[in-house]
Design a protein around this ligand. Structure first.
Ligand code: MET
Length: 396
């Protein structure tokens, strides 16, 4: 069951297969040979290590961020079920490699530690980001130093010790879009990390637009059912080696059952995102025509630029004329909760919850105001969602 590890099975789903086919088959290439239909879940924490001399060499190679074939030795070093998910996600993001983590924040932490370890602790980032990411960068907990810059000013903000440029597009929670190709050009030799959680690889593959690193809170659309927490970074093999070194040393690995659920989620990702996006676009139109709403933020409403998403996606935010918090309190079908990307719709007040940890002046500077609500559109029927929003807006 230990099977071939992720590096060995990556990309055997043909590049000439469509994205939807890759979503179903990637990371499953060896299943027929194993005589099974569903990917096995390997819950082992440890593995027999009979020949200590051989294993001594292998453990050194794992610690160096490599993936030697054979027994994983210990599941903090490698887990085959995690490897399958990593291989599949790398295929979908068109990356050489992917590295799974316990959460999106653990994934971001590893990227920041890699920059610090490389002697390049300065980070340039574009607001808004998810509030937790903003906080981690702004507080400098991991030894990074932050400069916030708008697109077009990023190049000027880069210094000799800049290790990363970070952007989230569409951004959480404003859904602001950034032209990735233009931003990548500003970055020059500095790696551009794109948080692709909201976009998903269905609508945007940042590596195709000049980014070097793609980060996901896999908890969101990749899992898609609100029942698994994880994070993943898709990147070149060289950076993946550094991330695996950090993951082994710090222990923020994705668990095998979580990896199984995330891998299963990838199979339906294209159809979920397509259906949820169609509903979100319709709701965005109706909200834009509603006098109880002052502004709707939804990607793709202006002429498309190169590097923009291929569709509007399943997230929208809107600003309420009345008290936004009363809308949250009044929804019935929609769940008032943080998180996003699930099969069921979620609504939340960013100024109170996801972006509470960001200083108010910083929130205001990037458009996260008290009137704003963020809606993650699920798979419910559009008329049922609209009826719920309509009655909740009446309450406000
Ligand atoms: C604890 S706040 C949130 C979680 C999640 N990243 C979101 O944007 O909803």
């Amino acid at each position: 069951m230990n099977g071939p590890i992720s590096r060995m099975i990556a990309h055997t789903v043909g590049m000439n297969h469509s994205f939807a086919t890759q979503a179903v088959h990637a990371g499953r290439e060896d299943l027929a040979e194993l005589g099974v239909h569903a990917p096995p879940i390997d819950l082992s924490t440890t593995y027999p290590a009979v020949d200590s001399h051989v294993e001594a060499d292998r453990i050194s190679r794992f610690a160096a961020g490599l993936q030697p074939p054979g027994s994983p030795l210990y599941s903090r070093l490698h887990n085959p079920t995690v490897g399958r998910f990593e291989s599949a996600l790398a295929t979908l993001e068109k990356a050489e490699a992917a590295v799974g983590f316990a959460s999106g924040m653990a994934a971001l932490t590893a990227c920041l530690l890699a920059a610090v370890a490389a002697g390049k602790p300065h980070v340039v980032a574009v607001r808004p980001l998810y509030g937790g990411s903003d906080h981690l960068l702004n507080c400098g907990l991991l030894g990074t130093r932050i400069s916030w810059a708008e697109p077009g000013r990023v190049g000027d903000a880069i210094e000799a010790d800049t290790g990363l440029v970070i952007v989230e597009t569409p951004a959480n929670p404003t859904l602001t879009e950034v032209d990735l190709a233009a931003l990548a050009a500003e970055c020059g030799e500095v790696p551009l990390l794109v948080d692709n959680t909201v976009a998903t690889p269905v609508t945007q593959r940042p590596l195709e637009h000049g980014a070097s690193i793609v980060l996901h809170s896999a908890t969101k659309f990749l899992g898609g059912h609100g029942d698994v927490m994880g994070g993943v970074v898709a990147c070149g093999e060289e950076f993946a080696v550094r991330l695996r070194q950090i993951r082994i040393a710090t222990g923020g690995i994705l668990d095998p059952f979580g990896a199984y659920l995330l891998h299963r989620g990838l199979a339906t990702l294209p159809v979920r995102v397509a259906a949820q996006s169609a509903t979100a676009a319709e709701l965005a139109d109706r909200l834009a025509d509603d006098r109880r709403v002052s502004v709707v933020h939804y990607p793709g409403r202006s002429p498309r630029r190169p590097g923009q998403m291929e569709s509007g996606g399943a997230m929208l935010s809107f600003e309420v004329v009345g008290d936004a918090t009363r809308v949250v309190a009044a929804v019935g079908l929609i769940t008032p909760a943080v998180s996003l990307g699930s099969v069921d719709s979620l609504i939340q007040h960013p100024a109170s919850l996801t972006h509470r940890i960001v200083e108010e002046t910083d929130r205001q500077s990037c458009g996260v105001n008290a009137a704003m609500l963020r809606l993650s559109v699920g798979l419910e029927a559009v008329e049922d969602l609209w009826a719920d929003l309509d009655q909740a807006l009446k309450a406000a």
